[in-house]
Design a protein around this ligand. Structure first.
Ligand SMILES: *Cc1c(COP(=O)(O)O)cnc(C)c1O
Length: 454
């Protein structure tokens, strides 16, 4: 018979499926611990990989008891640091289908079924943004990969867009609040940034116009990146104003909505995103606030053909991928990647079985708890709200605390499994920060956490 590694193993299958069943049923999942609490992991792992192989039950036991507990559960309703995660059960289950079926979605020729389903999910997102019917793109590993891929198209199509007047040393206009991945993407591309000074942390039409007109190299700008939901404070830039300037000057208009564009689902804040329909490209991470498992970011272009002209890989052995049928869609043509997991399918399945109303309600629930948290902070004498949340990030000051107080507090409440809340820097000062994303994070949990600041 075949190689033993490829033989169906009932016992190991049960071992894994039982674990997954148990983990899926946990409600809520334990917060667990991170690197600061982790002890002697290298000693634990010692000898586990050897020439003969180790009993699967033993390996799973070590994973369950020693490794999994040394990872803070980002899907815990008490995980309120950085950007948490909250994948739906449907999405998690379908991720197992993607794994067990070795589903890739690189080209139409090999994987039309997976690509068509991914494109249906992308279509929902493009529709929410108000893009025309021809819009499309692909799912990439994260917002960082999406920003890089989109800005590469912005750079390489500048000549075409600007009627042959593309500057020799192009610049991309970004605000100080742009995510670090944008700056990094520009470094990869060898493109410099023009940093637009902003009032109150928001990129506006006036700020952009002023920067382009007053900067000695303003006419070298070929693109502008706006953020729809800054990571630090959840601020949405003036998309309509920035989009208008971009149109006037033939700049590529990219919106980084990795975190915030999930709120396109929420009628209560939809008007904050007015102008997003003007984008040339935008990114939203379903692995953040659209309840999909890692790693999944949606990259959508207004005119996918421009992206295709830039990203299509022309190796002779790939020629067969590029047929002529109009429905053919190769996700490899819309980002810098080639082989890719069908990472959009867990989102697709979850959207299909839960319906878009459930997404609207889940996002609205998170927006509500953020407002309630802000109210609670406002009512608490020793706490101070930094600004009214626009989306679901809440910044606050504990009077009398310095950075080391916030640090001690974070360590203490994680040790006691009350919450995972880190501080951030706001206008040069350390402040507490909540990032809400899990619909099961209740005001009661928030109150319990805030009580520990007394
Ligand atoms: C998280 C985030 C990114 C980076 O996305 P990854 O998925 O971590 O690569 C980019 N921009 C913004 C605004 C983000 O919040």
């Amino acid at each position: 018979m075949g190689n033993s590694m490829f033989v169906y193993d009932e016992q190991m299958t049960n071992l894994i499926f039982d674990y997954c069943r148990w983990r899926l049923a946990l409600d809520p999942v334990p917060l667990d611990f991170g690197g600061a609490q982790a002890m002697a992991l290298n000693a634990t792992l010692q000898g586990l990989i050897n020439a003969e192989g180790t009993d699967p039950a033993r390996v799973m036991e070590i994973f369950d008891n020693e490794l999994a507990t040394a990872v803070v559960s980002c899907d815990s309703p008490r995980f309120l640091s950085f950007i948490p995660a909250a994948p739906t059960k449907a999405a998690l289950l379908f991720d197992m289908v993607v794994a067990c079926s070795s589903l890739q979605a690189t080209s139409w020729m090999e994987a039309a079924g997976a690509v068509a389903a991914e494109n249906q999910a992308l279509g929902v997102l493009a529709g929410l943004a108000g893009l025309p019917a021809g819009a499309g793109g692909c799912f990439v590993a994260g917002g960082s990969a999406g920003n890089l891929s989109a800005l590469m198209v912005a750079r390489d199509t500048a000549g075409h867009r600007m009627g042959g007047r593309a500057p020799e040393r192009p610049l991309v206009a970004i605000s100080e609040e742009a995510h670090s991945s944008v700056g990094k993407a520009l470094r990869v591309l060898g493109v410099e940034s023009l940093l637009v000074p902003c009032e109150d942390h928001r990129l506006t039409e006036d700020a952009l116009r002023f920067a382009l007109e007053s900067h000695p190299r303003g006419s070298d700008v070929i693109a502008v990146v706006a953020t729809a939901g800054t990571t630090n404070a959840g601020i949405v830039d003036d998309l309509a104003g920035v989009g208008a300037v971009a149109q006037e000057r033939s700049l590529w208009f990219h919106v980084d909505g990795a975190y915030g564009c999930a709120a396109l689902f929420a009628p209560s804040v939809r008007s904050r995103f007015d102008g997003i329909e003007l984008v040339d490209s935008f990114v939203v991470d379903p692995h953040k606030w659209l309840f999909a498992p890692f790693d999944c970011a949606a990259l959508v272009y207004r005119e996918p053909n421009l992206a295709k002209a830039v990203h299509t890989q022309d190796a002779s052995y790939l020629d067969v991928l590029h047929g002529d049928a109009p429905e053919e869609w190769n996700p490899s043509d819309y980002a810098y990647h080639l082989t890719r997991r069908a990472r959009g399918l867990p989102l697709w399945f979850s959207l299909a079985v839960n319906g878009t109303d459930a997404y609207r309600d889940a996002v609205e629930a998170v927006l509500t708890v953020a407002q309630e948290c802000a109210d609670l902070i406002d009512r608490t004498p020793h706490l101070e709200l930094i600004r009214r949340p626009e989306l679901s990030v809440v910044l606050f000051r504990r009077t009398g605390w310095d950075r080391s107080d916030y640090e001690r507090w974070s360590t203490w409440i994680l040790n006691d499994q009350i919450g995972f809340v880190m501080h951030t820097t706001w206008e040069g000062e350390p402040v507490g920060r909540f990032a809400f994303l899990h619909p099961d994070t209740t005001l009661e949990i928030v109150g319990e956490i805030l009580d520990t600041t007394a």
